[in-house]
Design a protein around this ligand. Structure first.
Ligand SMILES: Cc1cc2nc3c(=O)[nH]c(=O)nc-3n(C[C@H](O)[C@H](O)[C@H](O)COP(=O)(O)O)c2cc1C
Ligand SMILES: CC(C)CC(=O)C(=O)O
Length: 363
C-alpha cells in the first residue's frame, strides 16, 4: 500500500506490518475454523442498500443519544483487551482518540491500563466491560466504575469459558498483566499449557453465572447494564425480563463459539423480539460506513467497533484511533447523503435489502 491509508482495511495492513506476528494473530484471529470470523464480514456484502433520490441532503446530522449521552455519531469503541500489546500508551491513547471524536469508549476490565488511568486521561464518556467474573471481582469493579465516573456496565455473557483461538494457543502467547486484577488475583498467572490467557480465565470467570445473577448485579449498582453477546430473540426477551438497559448483539468478534451466525444476519430477529423496549446495539464485522448504515437500517441504535480501532492504535497510537473513527464517520456521512437520509432517524428498515428478502423475491 502506497501513501496514507484511505479506509480502515488499509489500517489493518499497516498494523500487520508494525505488530509482532504473535500479537497481530491475537488481535485479528477468531475461534477454531474461523467460519464466523469470515461470515461477520461476508454477510454485510450480501446486504444491499435501497437509496432514495431527490432528498435535500445539504445538511447531514449523524449525532445520536445513547443511554442519555449525546455523541457525534452512532459509534462506540468496543471493549477489547490488551491495548498495550498494540501501542505502549494502550487504552489511554484509545480513550483519548475516542474523546477527540466525541464517541463513547468501551473499556475492557482486561485492559492493560487501569480503569483509573483511563478515567483520568480524558473526558470521553466511558462504559466499563466486565465478564461473569467471580463475585468479589465484580463487586470491586462496580465500586471502581462508580467512583471513576463510568456511565454504564457492559456485561459480556458469551464467555463462561474462553473460546479456542488456535493461533494464540500455537503461538503460546503470554497475556500482558491485566492491571485491574492487581490485589484481586495473582497477575503473574502462569500455565504449563503454554498460553496463560486461559489460566487467567480459569482463575477469574464464574461459569455458574446465569440469568438470576443479573438481579444480584443490579442490586449492587445504580449503573445501567448492557448485556453483550445476545444472538437470539429468545435471549433478548429474557434480557428484557431481567431488567437490562440495553442489548448488544455480538458474537465477540467471532472469538468465542465458532459457527454462530454473522451478527448482522440475526439483528432483525433480535430487534423484532425487543419491540423497542430497550436500545439494541450491534457489533461484528463493521469495516465501512455502509456497514454502519446497514446495521442502523436493521434497527441498531449504534454500533461498536473492535479490531479497526486496535489497528489504528497499533499503526499510529491516539492519532490512528482518531483517524479510524473519523474515516468511519465520513463514510457514514457519505452513505447517508447518497441514500437520502439526513439524520440517523431517517434510516429505516426499507433502506436495505437482505439476503432473505432476495431469496423470497425469487420464489
Ligand atoms: C483482540 C480482541 C479482544 C477482545 N476483548 C474483549 C473483551 O475483553 N471483552 C469483550 O466483551 N469483548 C472483547 N472483544 C470483542 C469486542 O468487544 C467486539 O465484540 C468485537 O471485536 C467486534 O467485532 P469486530 O472486531 O469485527 O469489530 C475482543 C475482540 C478482540 C478483537
Ligand atoms: C483476555 C481475553 C478474555 C479478552 C477477550 O475477550 C478476547 O481476547 O476475545
Amino acid at each position: 500500500m502506497a501513501g496514507e491509508p484511505v479506509n480502515v482495511n488499509e489500517f489493518e495492513e499497516l498494523a500487520r506490518k508494525v505488530l509482532p506476528k504473535i500479537y497481530y494473530d491475537f488481535f485479528s484471529g477468531g475461534a477454531e475454523d474461523q467460519y464466523t470470523l469470515k461470515e461477520n464480514i461476508e454477510a454485510f456484502r450480501r446486504i444491499t442498500i435501497r437509496p432514495r433520490i431527490l432528498v435535500d441532503v445539504s445538511k447531514i446530522d449523524m449525532s445520536t443519544i445513547i443511554l442519555g449521552h449525546r455523541t457525534s455519531a452512532p459509534i462506540i469503541v468496543a471493549p477489547t483487551s490488551s491495548h498495550q500489546l498494540a501501542h505502549p500508551e494502550g487504552e489511554v491513547a484509545t480513550a483519548r482518540g475516542a474523546a477527540a471524536c466525541n464517541v463513547i469508549m468501551g473499556v475492557a476490565f482486561t485492559s492493560t491500563c487501569t480503569m483509573e488511568e483511563v478515567a483520568s486521561s480524558c473526558k470521553a464518556v466511558r462504559f466499563i466491560q466486565t465478564f461473569a467474573f467471580k463475585r468479589e471481582i465484580t463487586a470491586n469493579m462496580v465500586q471502581r466504575a462508580e467512583r471513576n465516573g463510568f456511565r454504564a456496565i457492559i456485561l459480556t455473557v458469551d464467555t463462561p469459558r474462553l473460546g479456542r483461538k488456535e493461533a494464540v494457543i500455537k503461538n503460546k502467547m503470554i497475556a500482558p498483566p491485566f492491571k485491574n486484577f492487581e490485589g484481586l488475583i495473582s497477575t503473574e498467572v502462569v500455565s504449563d499449557k503454554g498460553s496463560n490467557v486461559e489460566a487467567y480465565a480459569a482463575e477469574t470467570l464464574d461459569p455458574s453465572f446465569c440469568w438470576k445473577d443479573i438481579a444480584w448485579l443490579k442490586s449492587i449498582t445504580k449503573l445501567p447494564i448492557l448485556i453483550k453477546g445476545v444472538l437470539t430473540g429468545e435471549d433478548a426477551t429474557k434480557a428484557i425480563e431481567a431488567g437490562v438497559a440495553g442489548i448488544i448483539v455480538s458474537n465477540h468478534g467471532a472469538r468465542q463459539l465458532d459457527y454462530t451466525p454473522a451478527t448482522i444476519s440475526v439483528l432483525d430477529e433480535v430487534v423484532h423480539a425487543v419491540q423497542g423496549k430497550v436500545p439494541v446495539l450491534f457489533d461484528g464485522g463493521i469495516r465501512r460506513g455502509t456497514d454502519i448504515f446497514k446495521a442502523l437500517a436493521l434497527g441498531a441504535k449504534a454500533v461498536l467497533i473492535g479490531r479497526p480501532v486496535i489497528y489504528g492504535l497499533a499503526a499510529k497510537g491516539e492519532t490512528g484511533v482518531k483517524q479510524v473513527i473519523e474515516m468511519l464517520k465520513n463514510e457514514l456521512e457519505q452513505t447517508m447523503a447518497l441514500a437520502g437520509c439526513c439524520t440517523v432517524d431517517d434510516i429505516t428498515r426499507s433502506h436495505v435489502f437482505t439476503e432473505t428478502e432476495r431469496f423470497l423475491c425469487r420464489m
